[in-house]
Design a protein. Structure first.
Length: 301
């Protein structure tokens, strides 16, 4: 056949993948074509709209650099990243919930002693983080590795700043749990912050009258031998953006009450220089294996 109606065309394109040796690739391509053709039919897409979409995607690609991944940001704001996370973590069995990795994981975090202050003198309200890693039955996991990272008081990650190369990491570290599965550190209270809005994804956010904010959170990547790697955040209760995260990453179980404390000493017995906040959170790991996420980008040069 050389001439097709709307639906025959879809079938013919899917048929063109017939000889694809990889069955999963063949299946996914067929599904992509089915969904795209459906979209064009359902919307009666005009030439102008099609050209605008091509221009948007072209500029999204052109915005990507070794330091910036605009396509992942697009996936994030469309909820695709969280959906991929969801379909890959359907069975939790009591394990801590997962959420997006985000673009500011740079890997190679420095192993840091318990109780260390990872803020490197950056201004902010002091916070003590007390945490523990266990299996699903609550047994402590000794020697688990935890990468931690979060934004500063102005909403920037260290890797977004030019000073990263000369001053090294801040608000970013790696810890190893002790025999009781515990680890702790000092830092500053994170604040809510906008995702990058100076590219095509920012245009989409503005055109749809959405806001670009993410609620305040600390990122955790927990790795323990024989357990699925856990990529998650702990959010701060009371943040005004918890109900409207720009990337749809909030889950109720990941919201922690972060209390203001006035005690003169912090939980590890070290004197506090004034009021401080306590974030206490435990991570439950699910047995299994999994891919340890790789950084999306290099740190700023
Ligand atoms: C973040 O948590 O830092 C983040 C996640 C997704 C998109 C942008 C930022
Ligand atoms: Fe973040």
């Amino acid at each position: 056949m050389t001439q097709f109606d709307d639906h025959e065309l879809t079938a013919e394109v899917i048929h063109s993948f017939q000889a694809t040796p990889d069955p999963r690739l063949k299946f996914i391509l067929g599904e992509v074509v089915t969904s795209l053709h459906d979209l064009v039919r359902r919307t009666n897409l005009t030439f102008e709209e099609w050209e605008r979409a091509i221009d948007f995607l072209t500029r999204t690609g052109q915005t990507c650099t070794p330091l910036r991944q605009e396509f992942i940001l697009l996936s994030d704001v469309l909820g695709v990243s969280m959906l991929v996370d969801a379909v890959n973590h359907r069975e939790r069995e009591g394990a801590t919930e997962t959420t997006v990795l985000g673009p500011f994981y740079v890997g190679e975090h420095r192993l840091t002693p318990h109780g260390s202050d990872i803020s490197q003198g950056i201004a902010g309200e002091p916070m003590f983080v007390r945490s523990r890693v266990t299996d699903l039955s609550g047994e402590p996991l000794a020697g688990a590795e935890i990468d931690v990272w979060h934004a500063d008081d102005d909403g920037f990650y260290d890797s977004q700043k030019q000073s990263y190369e000369t001053q090294g990491p801040s608000l970013r570290a790696r810890f190893k749990t002790d025999a009781d599965g515990r680890f702790s550190f000092r830092t500053i209270l994170p604040c809510s912050y906008p995702i990058p809005t100076d590219g095509p994804v920012g245009e989409l956010i503005a055109a749809t009258k959405r806001h670009p904010m993410r609620p305040a959170h600390v990122h955790f990547l927990v790795k323990a031998q024989g357990f699925e790697p856990l990529v998650t955040h702990v959010f701060i209760e009371g943040d005004e953006y918890l109900g409207s995260d720009a990337v749809f990453g909030v889950k109720d179980e990941l919201i922690a009450k972060v209390e203001r404390r006035d005690e003169p000493v912090m939980p590890d017995g070290v004197p506090a220089s004034g009021p401080w906040h306590l974030m206490a959170y435990e991570f439950q790991m699910r047995p299994g294996t999994g891919i340890v996420p790789q950084p999306m980008m290099a740190a700023a040069e």
